[in-house]
Design a protein around this ligand. Structure first.
Ligand code: SF4
Ligand code: SF4
Length: 457
């Protein structure tokens, strides 16, 4: 087993050049030109004096923010427990996950976000086990009532099972998971008394803070904000790609919540990893602004710079992600207005290359007909973002043939024979589950047409 220190060593060798490290040191403690967007969500704390090592890896703990509603000191970087590393049999790699959680905890991350459906429910057991050795009051554990709960009895059973799976007596932050439609609130939480039940659990001390996670429209957000309910926090999808996107409307949602002084937890800040691997030209634009940050670091910093953000969740899959993200959040440097604007320009250029925007969340799975939806979209998006997508209507020159071969080989080698887009029967069952509002059958049809065209060239 590789030691953490060796992992860190390898990260340094791979990701942080000496030049950028020295530049980072030179910038340490100096306000960025152009001014910062940051004031803060209830106040910001830098827990310890920190220094940058000569290699660019900072020492100390991540920056904290205080929840203005209740005084909780929360780490600005939170650990999303949806994408733990897995073994070849698909089970969570618990040994590596433990090492990652230990590193995160030791560097001040104190907010851990799990859910009933992450890793088929196993995320809850694993994060509970990983945190057990630490004092219960030293971390915040978030969990969620799943949209699959049918009625009050179901909700009660699930809540108890969640406590048992995590091995805890209470959840610090508890969310109504994935609100997308008004009927979820009206019919399930209100009419069936599930919200009242959760309030009882709060009175009994088994829930400390109640909020919701959201994938709906601004109209629905308005409706929920106007309910006679004291929302203590709200979790939304926010990243620089969705900020001005007319479908996702992240900016509008952020502003509506911030206007009510409700602290915000961010999910999908790197959009399922898509913003970590941008095209070369776009990376250059980002590097000019903040040379010490990777594209993932820029994406996380975009969210954390906004003052109503209490915590930015990152679903970390490898030790390298934890080390790099922690480094970004030690003595967190907010983005300047200029860097913020550059990211919005990067988003506009990125959108000029058609990508589907699948975050690999797998909420649409399993498809009853066996279609491997997330992987099909992943191959398409990755190829597009690398500017390697072949255009069958353009010239069929050498470059086109290279792209054609690359795309078809990826498709054939990754997707099982009967799980390709060709076998989608357009039943539409998957579509309502998609929080990104992707028109799944339509996109699969588009990809299938492309594959067919390319095969016949
Ligand atoms: S529309 Fe296609 S991908 Fe979606 S559930 Fe039906 S067969 Fe599967
Ligand atoms: S298509 Fe939608 S629901 Fe399915 S994995 Fe992608 S983002 Fe998630």
């Amino acid at each position: 087993m590789t030691k953490i220190s060796e992992k860190v060593e390898s990260l340094l060798n791979k990701k942080v050049s000496r030049r950028s490290a020295l530049k980072a040191m030179a910038l340490g403690g100096v306000a960025m030109a152009g001014g910062s967007l940051l004031s803060s969500c209830g106040g910001e704390k830098k827990t310890e004096a920190t220094t940058a090592t000569p290699e660019g890896l900072k020492e100390g703990k991540v920056t904290m923010r205080t929840n203005p509603k209740n005084g909780d000191d929360i780490s600005l970087l939170g650990f999303g427990c949806m994408r733990f590393p897995t073994l070849s049999n698909g089970r969570i790699n618990e040994e590596l996950t433990q090492q990652m959680i230990d590193y995160a905890y030791e560097h001040g991350i104190n907010y851990y976000d799990t859910a009933w459906m992450y890793h088929g429910g196993d995320s809850q057991r694993v994060i509970g086990n990983c945190l057990r050795k630490y004092p219960r009051e030293s971390y915040f554990l978030a969990n969620k009532m799943p949209p699959s709960a049918q009625n009050l009895a179901d909700a009660k059973r699930i809540f108890q099972e969640q406590l048992d799976l995590c091995g805890v007596e209470y959840f610090d932050y508890y969310l109504l998971h994935n609100l997308q439609r008004q009927s979820q609130w009206d019919d399930f939480y209100v009419a069936q008394g599930v919200y009242d039940y959760l309030l009882e659990e709060k009175k009994a001390g088994r829930i400390r803070r109640l909020g919701f996670s959201f994938h709906g429209s601004p109209e629905l957000m308005e409706y929920l904000l106007n309910q006679p309910v004291d929302w203590e926090f709200i979790q939304i999808q926010m990243n620089y790609l969705d900020w001005e996107d007319p479908n996702m409307q992240a900016r509008e949602l952020y502003e509506m919540i911030a206007a009510k002084d409700i602290p915000i937890v961010v999910m999908e800040p790197i959009r399922g990893g898509a913003l970590a691997s941008m095209g070369e030209r776009l990376v250059e634009m980002m590097t000019e602004e903040r040379p010490e940050l990777s594209p993932a670091g820029m994406a996380l910093s975009f969210c954390a710079t906004y003052p109503a953000i209490m915590c930015v969740l990152s679903g970390m899959t490898a030790m390298e992600h934890v080390v790099e993200n922690v480094n970004t959040f030690i003595d967190f440097e907010p983005l300047s207005q200029k860097a913020n604007d550059t990211l919005l320009e990067v988003a506009r250029l990125h959108k000029a290359n058609p990508s589907i925007g699948c975050t690999q969340c797998e909420y649409c799975m399993p498809c009853p007909y066996g279609i491997d939806i997330p992987h099909i979209f992943q191959i398409y998006d990755r190829t597009s973002q690398e500017l390697n997508l072949p255009d069958p209507n353009g010239p069929h020159d050498k470059e086109f043939m290279r792209k054609r071969r690359l795309f078809l080989n990826r498709y054939k080698n990754t997707i099982a024979e009967r799980a390709t887009a060709e076998f989608c029967i357009n039943c539409g069952q998957c579509e309502p589950a998609c929080p990104q509002r992707i028109r799944i059958p339509r996109q699969l049809d588009r990809i299938e047409s492309l594959v067919k065209q390319l095969k016949h060239i």
